[in-house]
Write a protein of this length. Structure first.
Length: 377
């Protein structure tokens, strides 16, 4: 609601085009955009002119990967990424492969983290970019971003991170973490859908990018097209709120998450997928042993919003590529569910969820026993 309030005037009163430099209506819209740029930059400790607004994180990932691949073609064609990335990165890398790119998809350890020694070993003379996500969207697992940044700096390679799940939830600092480019999105932090940003470092080093979208030269020529002014204003507000409430929210969230996990542990053979230590405070990916996970998900989803993997791939029923990359076997991956809480989740809702899952598991187990009996009779 606070975000929407900030956006509303930009649909009506300040309807001007932010790129119209010749009149007051344009200036008003531009002011809204520039204030948002500051709010976004402040969240990640960047300079406002290092923020390029896009239609979301998918576009920002495409821009970073394809933009570097094209711009640095003279230096090399090798990109290193990880097996657990979001499709916005994985599918873009596969596309680049078809264009002549050489891509290394690093495996991850059982806890979901990449091995830093493997990363350094994978670097070749033709490596131009390392792309490793900040926090995973299915497991919440947080990669050793700063250490990756240091390795990239040492070898003079650009470092891009998809921080869509981290920005606004945990402290993300492009200077401390030595990040050269970073994608993130408004709708993952209570902002509007259809707007996001790519952070592009301007010094030490100055990153150059080929544009994906050519045209009127908006966003320093990197992303042409009339800006989504209300969306950008909302994104700015969401970043501001995310920054202000981050500390208390992450504490609150962590408590709810632990409460949920403790409660679910009592329902039977339940385990947490991915690192328990290095993960977001609000995400829990839970495997249920000896349970028809798909049925559990279908039944529970009538009352709470849960998912087997990410919303971005939930159209396909294949087991999660993220869980498979952690070495979890297909049956267990298929009976794993991602739970995440948000800023407005209450303790009551957590207790409700635990009860619901307990009841469903009991019902499903009863069904299994009945089927077993029937088969044996
Ligand atoms: C949601 C998400 C994306 C895609 O973001 P959009 O703004 O929906 O394009 C990319 N990466 C991660 C990790 C995500 O969680």
């Amino acid at each position: 609601e606070r975000v929407m309030e900030a956006m509303l005037p930009y649909f009506t009163q300040y309807y001007g085009n932010a790129a119209s430099r010749g009149h007051v209506f344009g200036w008003q819209a531009n002011q809204g955009v520039e204030q948002a740029r500051k709010q976004v930059a402040l969240l990640i400790n960047a300079e406002p002119n290092e923020v390029i607004f896009t239609s979301g994180a998918t576009e920002a990932c495409n821009l970073a990967l394809k933009g570097v691949f094209e711009m640095y073609a003279g230096k090399g064609n090798h990109i290193i990424t990880a097996a657990t990335e979001h499709p916005a990165v994985l599918d873009t890398c596969r596309h680049i492969e078809k264009l002549g790119g050489d891509i290394t998809f690093l495996p991850v350890k059982h806890d979901g983290l990449i091995n830093l020694v493997d990363l350094e070993k994978a670097i070749k003379p033709k490596t131009v970019l390392v792309s490793v996500m900040y926090a995973n969207n299915e497991t919440g697992v947080i990669q050793p971003i700063k250490e990756i940044g240091i390795i990239c700096k040492k070898h003079g390679i650009l470092f891009f991170t998809d921080a869509t799940q981290a920005a606004g939830k945990i402290s993300v600092n492009v200077e401390v973490d030595k990040i050269d480019m970073m994608a993130f999105s408004a709708h993952k932090m209570y902002g509007p859908k259809g707007v996001g940003a790519l952070y592009v470092r301007r010094k030490n080093p100055r990153v150059r990018l080929a544009a994906l979208i050519d045209g009127g030269g908006h966003e320093r020529g990197i992303r042409s097209g009339t800006l989504n002014v209300p969306g950008i204003v909302g994104f700015g507000k969401a970043c501001e709120l995310g920054r202000i409430f981050m500390k208390e929210e992450s504490e609150r969230s962590r408590k709810l998450r632990d409460q949920l996990e403790t409660g679910l542990m009592l329902t039977g053979e339940v385990f947490i997928n991915g690192s328990i230590e290095h993960r977001l405070p609000n995400t829990s990916n839970i495997g249920f042993k000896n349970i028809d996970g798909e049925e559990l998900l279908i039944q529970a989803s009538k009352q709470i919003a849960l998912s087997a993997g990410s919303a971005c791939t939930s159209a396909t029923l294949e087991p999660s590529h993220v869980l498979l990359a952690l070495g979890i076997d297909e049956a267990v991956a298929g009976s794993s569910i991602r739970f995440s809480s948000g800023r407005f989740t209450t303790e009551q809702e957590i207790l409700y969820t635990i009860d619901l899952i307990k009841d469903l598991i009991d019902a499903l187990k009863g069904k299994l026993v009945a089927e077993e009996k029937w088969r044996n009779s």
